[in-house]
Design a protein around this ligand. Structure first.
Ligand code: SF4
Length: 104
C-alpha cells in the first residue's frame, strides 16, 4: 500500500471565502500600525485606512498575493499577516508562500 508523502505547502484548492476551503485572508494588527503608508502604497485596493487613520484590510482579494507579501515585508511594525493566497494559480506561489510564513 502506498503512503502519501508529506507534501510541501501549496495554495488552497479553492477561493470561495467560506472558511473551510483553506483560504485565510490577510490581516493587520491595526492597533500597532504606525500609519507609515507603505502597505497602502503597495496596493491601495487591498490596504486602506480605518476611521482612526490606521491601516486596515479593504479587500483581501483586491490584488495578488505577491502584493500582500511585499506589504508584509515592507511593514516596519511587522503587523501584516499575509494569510494564504486567494488565487491558487498565481505565478511563483510556492516562493511567495515561503516568504509569507515569516509573517503569519
Ligand atoms: S506598512 Fe505596516 S505600519 Fe505602515 S501603514 Fe501599513 S500596517 Fe501600518
Amino acid at each position: 500500500m502506498n503512503v502519501n508523502p508529506i507534501t510541501p505547502a501549496k495554495a488552497p484548492a479553492a477561493d470561495c471565502g467560506c472558511g473551510s476551503c483553506g483560504f485565510t485572508p490577510v490581516t493587520i494588527d491595526s492597533e500597532d500600525c504606525t500609519a507609515c503608508g507603505e502597505c497602502v502604497e503597495v496596493n491601495p485596493a487591498i490596504f486602506g485606512w480605518d476611521a482612526e487613520k490606521m491601516a486596515t484590510v479593504i479587500d483581501a482579494k483586491g490584488g495578488p498575493f505577491k502584493d500582500v507579501v511585499k506589504a508584509a515585508e515592507k511593514c516596519p511594525a511587522q503587523v501584516i499577516h499575509p494569510g494564504t493566497p486567494a488565487d491558487p494559480n498565481e505565478k511563483d506561489l510556492e516562493a511567495l508562500i515561503a516568504r509569507a510564513q515569516k509573517y503569519n
